[in-house]
Design a protein around this ligand. Structure first.
Ligand SMILES: C[S@@+](CC[C@H](N)C(=O)[O-])C[C@H]1O[C@@H](n2cnc3c(N)ncnc32)[C@H](O)[C@@H]1O
Length: 386
């Protein structure tokens, strides 16, 4: 029998076969380049303050160990940021989702994570929209597979409507490619993009990333759902409480060290992981996590390409940054990124007496006029270890 139809059409049949649990994944970039970026960042010079060697945002989640460690951290009772963000998401989404009623949207999830939130979003968007397309995007293929499975659990969305994409969305080139792909898949029909779970706060230049995503992805008919951690208190005590919140979770500690464990032969000592936080101007509490060589001697680390580097006493590897935004800081970031707010929910997590009020903001955005050139320029972030 001649195989006339294209292979991709036949694939849909294979993917919907109940006995076949494979998933499809489009790979949006050359993984060997990412590999050299990772090793390059670990070769940076000595810094006592976490400003040299680093694991940058996407690499914290990249491999299978990090994915598993992230899933564990999300359910840790001592890591309220993600656990409560996931648990309360459906309620917050129900409220903000009313602003989307009356139109049928496709869904592009930037950074799917465990997939629980995507499940809630899809559950609503697919109603009365049998043509809905779901495009989960993540730098980690393991996270994509796991998140996609959870997102689609018990939802009647055909396999052929789901197009997972492995891609680093912090690269301008990749974002342009993603826009092209989305337009191919949905034409002029509207799309909801999401960047949830305070993912934006992990990027040094968070405003520039948001400006890139809003500016390059959003057409007038599209919407962007952003979730960030927020604080009502922007002072030293708030910063200390924010650092404490992350330090308190052993599972978060495992996650945050998982990339170094995976990509170097460093023997991890959890006492060498430091959590520091500072007030970042009037915009956020900035938390920085570093690994410091406290052995009193020089170590040599082997990198994934088998080269080795010196890791002298007191040198650091920056493992992660994150933030909690003040209301004014969030407003300014949205304006500088060229985003216009069309809906918002604020939720506070139960703070003990004397503890600062931390919470989550879920904001629905549309593209505004492009920001003025250099509108987002700001001085380098202060350093809790500086
Ligand atoms: C903090 S988790 C949030 C997960 C999920 N959105 C939620 O709210 O539960 C960040 C997610 O974004 C992905 N991610 C981080 N940086 C990325 C990048 N530069 N490009 C693509 N995905 C990225 C991670 O793999 C992870 O799945």
């Amino acid at each position: 029998m001649a195989l006339r139809e294209p292979a991709v059409q036949r694939l849909e049949g294979a993917l919907t076969d109940p006995g076949f649990s494979w998933t499809l994944c489009m790979v949006g970039e050359d993984q060997s380049q990412k590999f050299s970026q990772l090793t390059g960042e670990l070769r940076a010079p000595f810094s006592r303050t976490g400003d040299g060697k680093r694991i940058s945002s996407g690499f914290s989640y990249w491999g299978v160990e990090s994915t598993v460690a992230w899933v564990h951290a999300c359910s840790d009772l001592f890591y309220p940021v993600m656990r409560e963000s996931i648990e309360s998401f459906t309620r917050r989404w129900q409220r903000i989702g009313t602003a989307l009623e009356g139109r049928r949207y496709h869904y592009v999830s930037l950074g799917t994570g465990t997939g629980h939130k995507d499940h809630a979003v899809l559950e609503r968007l697919r109603r009365g929209h049998p043509e809905l397309r779901y495009i989960p995007v993540d730098v980690s293929p393991e996270m994509l597979r796991l998140g996609q499975r959870e997102a689609l659990r018990n939802l009647d969305i055909p396999a052929g409507s789901v197009v997972p994409v492995q891609l680093d969305f912090s690269s301008a080139r990749n974002v342009l490619g993603l826009r092209r792909l989305v337009e191919r898949l949905v034409g002029e029909e509207p799309v909801v993009y999401s960047l949830l779970g305070n993912t934006l706060a992990n990027f040094e230049d968070d405003t520039a990333l948001l400006a890139l995503l809003i500016g390059q992805l959003l057409r007038p008919q599209d919407r962007f759902m952003l979730e960030v951690a927020s604080t009502e208190q922007l002072d030293e005590a708030g910063a200390r409480a924010a650092a404490r919140e992350y330090r308190a979770s052993p599972r978060f500690g495992e996650f945050v060290t998982s990339a170094v464990m995976q990509y170097t032969d460093l023997r991890i000592d959890m006492d060498s992981v430091s959590f520091g936080a500072v007030v970042e101007e009037d915009r956020s509490l900035l938390v920085k996590v570093v690994y410091r060589n406290r052995t009193g001697g020089q170590l040599r680390l082997t990198l994934p390409d088998r080269s080795s580097i010196e890791f002298p006493d007191e040198d650091t590897i920056r493992l992660l940054i994150t933030r909690k935004y003040s209301p004014a800081g969030l407003e300014k970031m949205l304006a500088d990124a060229g985003a216009v707010e069309v809906g918002r929910t604020r939720s506070g997590f139960n703070a003990a007496i004397g503890e600062p009020g931390f919470g989550m903001d879920l904001v629905l955005l549309q593209a505004g006029p492009p920001p003025a050139p250099n509108g987002s320029h700001r001085p380098p972030a202060p350093n809790p270890f500086g």
